[in-house]
Design a protein around this ligand. Structure first.
Ligand code: KG4
Ligand code: ZN
Length: 357
């Protein structure tokens, strides 16, 4: 990691992220230069359950935070005295997980005598692009697509993000993870689905594209999940009831085509709605972020569709797409600059925070 420039005291922010199943801390200079970014993944702890267990997530954050924060400071080569602020994710996310992170951040801010900044996790995903070499010009359209959210924002400035559309049921990543679980592909399903779909036939099965023809910029993915289940049950050679212990065995080639066709429906939905939003709102730059933005097919199709429509499409680096604390520290910078600090009475909010929680 890069070392802080001389005389940067006060321009450095320590970010802390604990909204879901990654315990992360990072030090970022002036909202742009990532000096360190440490992530302790809990994937192995949740894998036996096939999804994130909120109770375990909270406990693991508590166990990991001290060493993750210490590593972030050490790797950046800074001490608490160099920091201008401590930033914490305060919403949306798992309540127990958020409580651990915000309480820890408050204690650090109080003990070190530095201000506290609260950051919205989705805003941080949308602004993570500013940590890379290719920064978009304002205003831009941001698609945040992760395990918990599928949201389109108009980003007028780093402090002014307006929701244009969002999922009405499952998030895209949630749908991917649930389908992967149903097909026995392990947890989290996204990377495995990405791998299996590569080179397979995305037109083997035609799956529904939720709300494709509706005027809304909202998304819907739960019907697609059901369509995959119905397809597998309808074509299965299984006699007798299906359950998690007893999956139909799908030949390898067929499974890959099925996965590619499913992924194609997710990707087409995301690409079509996003470009429609860009057109309707007169935005010529699209930023795609969140865990699902790491998907190769999405990157490929969004970039090609953007080119055809004359829209610039940008993705943060893959390590900045999935949950991390550098994006929290980066987003916090804009608030710290205008003196928008949180009090020690800060309360986290499981849902998107719109006012007092
Ligand atoms: O942003 P993130 O790390 O956490 C949340 O805030 O939810 O996103 C996690 C989601 C999971 O649903 C995971 O399966 C999905 O991102 N994901 C992917 C890929 N890598 C992660 N989905 C598709 N393709 C990938 N390569
Ligand atoms: Zn996230």
């Amino acid at each position: 990691m890069r070392k802080p420039a001389h005389g940067t005291r006060g321009l450095l922010i320590l970010g802390i992220e604990t909204s879901c199943d990654e315990t992360a801390a990072a030090v970022v200079e002036k909202g742009r230069r990532v000096l360190s970014s440490v992530i302790a993944s809990q994937v192995a702890d949740h894998r036996p359950y096939g999804g994130v267990v909120p109770e375990i997530a909270g406990r693991k954050h508590l166990e990991n935070l001290v060493s993750v924060v210490q590593s972030a400071l050490d790797e950046a080569g800074v001490t608490p005295a160099d920091l201008g602020a401590v930033a914490v994710t305060s919403s949306p996310g798992l309540m127990g997980a958020l409580l651990v992170g915000t309480s820890f951040g408050k204690a650090l801010a109080m003990g070190w005598g530095v201000p506290l900044v609260e950051v919205n996790h989705l805003h941080a995903h949308a602004l993570a692009i500013n940590l890379g070499a290719r920064r978009p010009r304002l205003p831009f359209l941001a698609l945040v697509v992760s395990g918990g959210h599928t949201t389109l924002f108009r980003v007028s400035s780093a402090l002014d993000l307006a929701i244009l559309g969002q999922t009405r049921d499952d998030a895209a990543g949630e749908c991917i993870d649930k389908v992967a679980k149903f097909l026995g592909l392990g947890y989290p399903g996204g990377p495995e689905i990405d791998r299996l779909a590569a080179g397979a036939n995305p037109r083997a099965v035609r799956f529904t594209r939720g709300l494709a023809h509706a005027a809304t910029l909202d998304f819907s993915f739960s019907g697609l999940k059901t369509a995959v289940v119905n397809h597998v049950l309808g074509t299965s050679r299984l006699d007798g009831p299906l359950n998690h212990q007893r999956m139909p065995s799908i030949p390898d080639g067929e499974l890959r085509d099925l996965v590619a066709s499913f992924l194609e429906a997710v990707v087409d939905t995301l690409v079509d709605k996003t470009l429609r939003a860009a057109r309707e709102h007169g935005l010529s730059t699209v930023v795609v972020s969140g865990g699902v933005a790491a998907n190769m097919r999405l990157r490929e199709k969004m970039t090609a569709a953007g080119k055809a429509a004359g829209v610039r499409v940008l993705f943060p680096g893959r390590e900045l797409c999935t949950d991390n604390a550098a994006m929290i520290a980066g987003a916090a910078w804009h608030q710290a600059r205008i003196g928008r600090f949180a009090g020690l009475d800060l309360r986290p909010c499981a849902k998107m925070k719109t006012g007092a929680c």
